[in-house]
Design a protein around this ligand. Structure first.
Ligand code: SAM
Length: 263
């Protein structure tokens, strides 16, 4: 596994991103934090190539027009719940208070551009977006959801197959992201896609859970994340995933080894 660092051009439109959100935010403190957040993105924009994964630290709206075609888009975008996930015993923690910055509204425009990029789609929180009717919704039944959180989450897909449910407790956010998805859930998502899907895009990568699932299945992954802290965690997780190949990858490599020993 190789790792390569590439510096890319900074965001051209970072201030265009600032002003619309700034109008929604009421307190001066929130506006100042947003300004800091926007400049932090501008200063840090970069790209890392780790094995078969391309990780981009950027606003996906800037990168998506030139990202190229992918077999599938598997993503967990902001649902626009930043203001709702506040207060209470856990809502006042730093990781939830920062959600107001990146989860202010559901990014419908970015979701619209995805249709020109992917062939197959799994979009968590699909019920927060304007998407066509679908036969195959995927449901994550959280089993242990608390009263103030949803009992289940829904992913919209364009797959021509029956709707499916995955039952798994919410668990512990091991990497400090307030909306981190369980790895087993994202592995299950990849299993729902046609076998031929070799290239996967997640434009709202967070801590890289989709990417780790791709590495474990031997699929090529492109991930985009706007927040440097989560981007760095994603890089670390994906590098670690390559160091710990699982049974699935070994099983795929087996036929090659057999043909070697028989020559
Ligand atoms: C729901 S979280 C994804 C969490 C991820 N599934 C995980 O397991 O860590 C959505 C992520 O999208 C990122 N984000 C929000 N707006 C973005 C944008 N315009 N471009 C790229 N990333 C963005 C946020 O920083 C956040 O980490």
């Amino acid at each position: 596994m190789t790792r390569q660092f590439i510096c890319i051009d900074s965001l051209q439109n970072s201030l265009l991103l600032y002003f619309p959100i700034c109008r929604i935010l009421k307190s001066l403190a929130d506006k100042a934090r947003l300004l800091f957040f926007v400049f932090k993105i501008k200063a840090n924009m970069r790209e890392e190539i780790i094995g078969d994964c391309r990780l981009i630290l950027s606003d996906c709206r800037e990168v998506l027009p030139s990202i190229g075609k992918m077999d599938a888009v598997v993503t967990d975008p902001p649902y626009g719940l930043g203001d709702r996930m506040q207060g209470g015993t856990w809502g006042s923690k730093d990781k939830y208070s920062k959600m107001r910055l990146w989860d202010q509204s559901a990014p419908q425009e970015a979701i619209n551009t995805l249709k020109d990029i992917g062939s197959h789609f799994i979009i968590w929180g699909g019920n927060y977006f304007h998407l066509p009717p679908s036969r195959c919704w995927l449901i994550w039944d959280k089993l242990n959801a608390v009263k103030t959180m949803s009992d289940f989450e829904m992913a919209w897909t364009n797959l021509d197959r029956t709707a499916k449910r995955f039952s798994h407790p919410v668990g512990f956010h091991a990497y400090g992201h307030p909306t981190e998805k369980p790895l087993s859930l994202m592995q299950w998502c990849l299993q729902q896609l046609p076998e031929a899907c070799g290239t996967i895009l997640d434009p709202f990568m967070g801590t890289g859970t989709t990417g780790v699932a791709c590495v474990k299945r031997g699929q090529k992954f492109t991930g985009i994340e706007i927040e440097p802290k989560y981007f760095d965690i994603a890089c670390m997780r994906i590098e670690d995933a390559y160091k710990q190949p699982d049974m699935f990858i070994e099983a795929r490599a087996l036929p090659e080894q057999l043909s070697l020993s028989s020559t």
